[in-house]
Design a protein around this ligand. Structure first.
Ligand SMILES: NC(=O)c1ccc[n+]([C@@H]2O[C@H](COP(=O)([O-])OP(=O)(O)OC[C@H]3O[C@@H](n4cnc5c(N)ncnc54)[C@H](O)[C@@H]3O)[C@@H](O)[C@H]2O)c1
Ligand SMILES: [Zn+2]
Length: 380
């Protein structure tokens, strides 16, 4: 007897936030179910899709077709791709278009894109008519495992990234793993750094699984779905415990204090994608933990080995132009870290490791120790 092939391998992850709970639906081709799911959630709703030019070229027609099949009226707003749209000007453009599209309190905004579109459209929805619900359709790996889950929305100020925003949870997340096939390999790899992060910060068994199965995650298929679902479960659990980041949610910043400073030092340019900065930052956080005697150097080496194996940068010298232009000296990097909004009263908060698979929030880290550590790294 042959066992029939399972037609649909959809995984649903619940984000348990009481009356604001929602589902993350993960699987190949789940985008085609968007219309039916929205119709079930909100009968009679109107929608407006916010997306960027690149994503529109690949996935807008399929998104509109799914909504049309469920007889849901929709319109679309297309912004330029990239961080340059997460600005006051981008917010104005999206907000005015949503008003012109007559999106009312009971309607839905659909964010179709990477983290930029998700943050921008989510924030526009949060402030439109004092709050309209929205659906996330994340199309980058980073957005599927990180930015579309947890309700942080916002834009950048000229004075710093993500300084304006609101907590606004989506009512549904549709993570179609097939849409990642059109993502550039470098963008996919950068998103993978956040996947690995969940293993390093809280799940050694998942990290070991990634060490063994990373090639299949990059290829697609069920390993990719498993990696995305495990990441979403990890994030959903932390968000359910600490929605507003008064405690545990800060663990998700593993690698980000160093990483953000490196992104700022390279001008938030293509020299270093966010996930690439996180990869280097995670290795630095592990090595710094080892230098404080919290983990053996072999644990830091393990983190570094895996990230390097998938082709992520793991050293400061891996940053494009590092050898020619240098980067910044330790003092400049310290100043950039001090500007980070996670810093309080001159003391640095770091996410450090107790072992691979367990991160801790270390408040009051002595800046001098970090400076000395960085000084050493900049010489290598
Ligand atoms: N809200 C949160 O919790 C949170 C968490 C992490 C990051 N972020 C934010 O997310 C942003 C980064 O997100 P990102 O890395 O997705 O960047 P992005 O949205 O700029 O997407 C990266 C690039 O990939 C393209 N792209 C996206 N999906 C594609 C697809 N399926 N096919 C082809 N091209 C595609 C986009 O057009 C863009 O050029 C940052 O602004 C960051 O601050 C937010
Ligand atoms: Zn990140």
């Amino acid at each position: 007897m042959t066992v029939p092939l399972k037609r649909s391998d959809t995984t649903t992850v619940d984000v348990a936030l009481g009356d604001r709970a929602y589902d993350i639906v993960i699987g190949r081709n789940v985008l085609s179910s968007l219309g039916a799911r929205v119709a079930a959630l909100r009968p009679g709703v109107r929608t407006a899709i916010v997306t960027d030019k690149t994503v529109a070229r690949h996935w807008l027609a399929a998104t509109e077709a799914s909504l049309a099949a469920a007889a849901i009226p929709t319109s679309h707003i297309i912004v330029d791709e990239g961080e340059g749209s997460k600005t006051y000007a981008g917010l104005e453009k999206v907000s005015e278009a949503l008003i012109a599209a007559k999106i009312e309190r009971n309607d839905l905004v659909v964010a179709l894109g990477g983290g930029v579109v998700g943050d921008l459209a989510g924030f526009a929805a949060a402030i439109l008519r004092r709050g309209v619900d929205f659906v996330q359709v994340p199309t980058s790996l980073l957005a599927q495992v990180d930015s579309s889950v947890g309700g942080k929305t916002g834009i950048n100020s000229p004075q710093g990234k993500n300084l304006l925003g609101a907590f606004h949870q989506p009512v549904l997340v549709i993570a179609d793993t097939a849409v990642l096939d059109t993502l550039s390999p470098r963008q996919f790899r950068a998103g993978y750094a956040e996947v690995a992060k969940y293993g390093v910060l809280g799940d050694e068994a998942f990290f070991a699984w990634l060490e063994a199965n990373h090639a299949d995650v990059f290829k697609g298929g069920s390993a990719r779905e498993h990696a995305i679902a495990t990441s979403c479960r990890a994030k959903a659990a932390i968000v359910a415990r600490d929605e507003r980041e008064t405690g545990d949610r800060a663990l998700l910043n593993l690698g980000h204090t160093f990483g953000h400073a490196l992104e700022a030092a390279t001008g938030f340019s293509d020299r270093l994608f966010h996930g690439e900065g996180v990869a280097i930052g995670m290795v630095l956080a592990a090595q710094f933990s080892a230098s404080l005697g919290m983990i053996p150097p072999s644990d830091a080496a393990r983190v570094e080995r895996h990230l390097a194996e998938v082709g992520l940068p793991t050293h400061l010298k891996d940053i494009a132009g590092f050898a020619q232009e240098g980067l910044a000296d330790a003092d400049a990097l310290m100043a950039l870290m001090a500007q980070d909004k996670k810093v309080r009263r001159g003391k640095l908060t770091f996410i450090l490791l107790e072992t691979v698979g367990r991160a801790v929030i270390a408040k009051d880290v002595e800046p001098a120790r970090v400076r000395d550590f960085l000084q050493g790294k900049l010489k290598v």
